[in-house]
Design a protein around this ligand. Structure first.
Ligand SMILES: [Zn+2]
Length: 293
């Protein structure tokens, strides 16, 4: 995560004469947190990796990027879990899905919303970091339009498309029995404003609708794995949704008044609403919302 923030800072500071390619970002050690029996989360560089494991095999939710894969594989083995049998991509971004080529080559079946397959195949740039077009092993083998359920290790995992928001292909994963959810980048905890990747079909209005969809399926005991950040709760997701809704309300009011984007940014309509921004500062959030409306 820190390396990712450093890479983003490096780029925004304008020192990069050539684009940084995701696969050249160095690995960091993996930290494992056990969530419940048979469920863990792996923290490294990029999105949080959910692990579901047991007698039926191991499923990963997201897989970071190639230099991180050996460390992730070691962390899975240290849990006593078998090598990944399934990988779910919550969305196509390189810090969540660019481990696919190595996990796919090692025999994992990759699942994702159909738009994720198209975007991985095409490649592209996210926050200035380039993903090269995906090799065949990196492409999801199983795609869906709405949802798919995996019955594994005594639980049922619902992988559900939320209608997009962060991109146009966002899925979340619910463990029915364990009452755990992985929300991908539809939820970042203690990271401030979300990334709304308008170029990948993201939109703040679908983001809010997608969060409502997810929140309906959580309860006060649900353990929530965010795309970035430590474990959280339903109340944390609601606070995140409310923060985005408040900011969007203020920005929409300026747009209705007929301001230009430049004038709206200068008016600081979201100042003070989002403490502790990591990836997206106030002005960039205003811009992303403006383009969404
Ligand atoms: Zn993302």
């Amino acid at each position: 995560m820190q390396a990712l923030a450093r890479a983003a800072l490096f780029l925004t500071a304008g020192f990069a004469a050539t684009a940084v390619v995701a696969q050249n970002i160095p690995a960091q050690p993996v930290r494992t947190v056990e969530v419940k029996p048979g469920i863990a989360v792996l923290y490294g560089v990029g999105g949080n990796v959910g692990v579901a494991y047991g007698d039926d095999g191991t499923l990963l939710v997201d897989d970071q990027f190639a230099p991180m894969v050996p460390g992730l594989q070691d962390a899975v083995a240290e849990l006593g879990a078998s090598p990944a049998r399934f990988v779910v991509n919550t969305h196509w971004h390189w810090d969540h899905a660019a481990g696919n080529a190595l996990f796919g080559a090692a025999g994992a079946t990759i699942l994702a919303h159909e738009s994720v397959r198209d975007r991985i195949a095409a490649g592209g740039s996210v926050m200035g970091i380039v993903s090269e077009p995906g090799v065949p092993e990196a492409l999801p083998v199983v795609t869906y339009q709405q949802s798919v359920t995996l019955h594994l290790n005594g639980d049922s995992l619902d992988v559900m498309y939320v209608g997009g928001g962060h991109t146009d292909g966002d899925s979340v994963v619910f463990w029915r029995e364990a009452n755990v959810a992985h929300l991908g980048d539809m939820f970042m905890y203690e990271h401030g404003w979300p990334v709304i990747d308008v170029e990948s079909g993201g939109n703040v209005l679908t983001f809010l609708a997608g969060l409502d969809f997810a929140i309906e399926r959580l309860n006060d005991d649900t353990i929530v794995i965010p795309g970035h950040g430590e474990l959280a709760s339903k109340a944390d997701v609601i606070a995140f949704r409310d923060m985005i809704a408040a900011g969007t309300h203020n920005i929409a009011a300026l747009k209705e008044q007929g301001l230009t984007l430049e004038e709206a940014v200068a008016a600081k309509p979201v100042e003070g609403l989002s403490p502790g921004n990591v990836y997206v500062q106030d002005d960039a959030f205003v811009e992303a919302v403006w383009m969404s409306l």
